[in-house]
Design a protein around this ligand. Structure first.
Ligand code: SAM
Ligand code: SF4
Length: 334
């Protein structure tokens, strides 16, 4: 199928994140407004299109697929898509199939995911306090998510917890969360809140808890060491020397991770975003829908990769939100 996907900055693109729906059963305050207007269902890519698109990317050298959203596990019949992807895992072309989920549907689907060859999942969870959980997710129930996490572990899935660091919200839970993850054998990664979507009444600068400060708080009790581990993604890792626990830090705002970026993102309406923090995108609907054979689609993907920007421009440093991107995280897929 020709050479692999290489962008203008010599980065090989081997990782595709796909948002399979913009819908969600939660309304996390930093991600969605309370009264979201979702896309009409007919505008979403069909599951057959999703399979064809992912298969084409795998043919072009993508080795890792992460399914996200919105909440990917609320999409009807999504397990059929996962079942379809097992053929690429079995052939060895696809090395990893993973999901990022809010955990609400895991009790139902953890076993099926494991049976489809999913080995690791990311579960987003910002607090272990039921009331705070209800406040931050607006519609979520902590007990349901914790039951989902247990089901995932029982099914043999390795769970990583992703926590958005939020000032005056979960600062006081830093050690509780770290301890809980260590006890449960789960990795933990903190994410800085990003200026996505229509901010409305939300105060992103007020919510912003820099991971530099988070690490300083960690170091009031422990010593930490930087790990050199590179995933091609935005996470950097530190080890707590006293316990050996490894903690991931995703710092889009204080650390520029773009130089090693190996990923692109496909939305549920077949737009390919070459960078989470830029509006540069390619509409793959036409090449997908107007041509039954994949040559035009492959060409459109290759052309898009040649437009991948060098990096993003998020910046809070001047006490205003710079580099803000209007679309919501649930649209591009976090
Ligand atoms: N619904 C799934 C979930 O919550 O894991 C998948 C989609 S969600 C958009 C993916 C990730 O993006 C979650 O970990 C969420 O916390 C994160 N996220 C959403 N909005 C964000 C923002 N404004 N800044 C930083 N992370 C954000
Ligand atoms: Fe839904 Fe995930 Fe966004 Fe929360 S972060 S509203 S769970 S898509």
């Amino acid at each position: 199928m020709g050479p692999k996907l290489i962008d203008p900055f010599h980065r090989a693109i081997s990782y595709l994140r796909v948002s399979v729906t913009d819908r969600c059963d939660f309304r996390c305050v930093y991600c969605m407004s309370e009264n979201m207007t979702f896309l009409p269902k007919k505008e979403l890519l069909a599951l057959e299109e999703l399979d064809r698109m992912c298969t084409t990317f795998v043919g072009l050298g993508v080795e890792k697929l992460r399914i996200t959203g919105g909440e990917p596990l609320v999409r009807r019949d999504i397990m059929n898509f996962f079942k379809g992807m097992t053929r690429h895992l079995e052939s060895g072309a696809l090395k990893e199939l993973t999901v990022t989920t809010n955990g609400s549907q895991l009790e139902k689907f953890a076993g099926d995911l494991a049976a489809c060859g999913v080995k690791r999942i990311n579960v987003s969870l910002d607090t272990l306090d039921e009331k705070k959980f209800a406040k931050i997710t607006r519609w979520g129930r902590l007990t349901q998510v914790l039951a989902g996490i247990r089901a995932a572990q029982k099914a043999g899935l390795r769970v990583k917890i992703n926590t958005v660091a939020l000032k005056d919200f979960n600062e006081d839970e830093l050690f509780t969360l770290a301890h809980w993850c260590a006890e449960e054998g789960m990795d933990l990664t903190f994410i800085e809140v990003m200026p996505m979507g229509d901010l409305g009444n939300e105060d992103r600068i007020g919510q912003y808890w820099s991971l530099k400060d988070l690490r300083a708080q960690l170091e009031t009790r422990f010593t930490t060491t930087d790990l050199s581990e590179q995933t091609g993604g935005p996470a950097r890792y530190v080890r707590i020397n006293e316990t050996g626990q490894k903690i991931g830090l995703i710092t889009p705002l204080t650390h520029n991770f773009c130089e090693s970026c190996n990923r692109v993102r496909l939305t549920c309406t077949l737009e390919l975003y070459m960078c989470l923090g830029q509006d540069e995108m390619a509409d793959l609907r036409k090449p997908m829908r107007e041509h039954a054979d994949d040559a035009m689609l492959q060409q459109a993907i290759r052309e898009a990769i040649l437009r991948k920007p060098k990096g993003h421009d998020f910046d809070y440093s001047r006490q205003k939100v710079d580099g803000q991107v209007i679309r919501h995280m649930s649209h591009t897929g976090g």
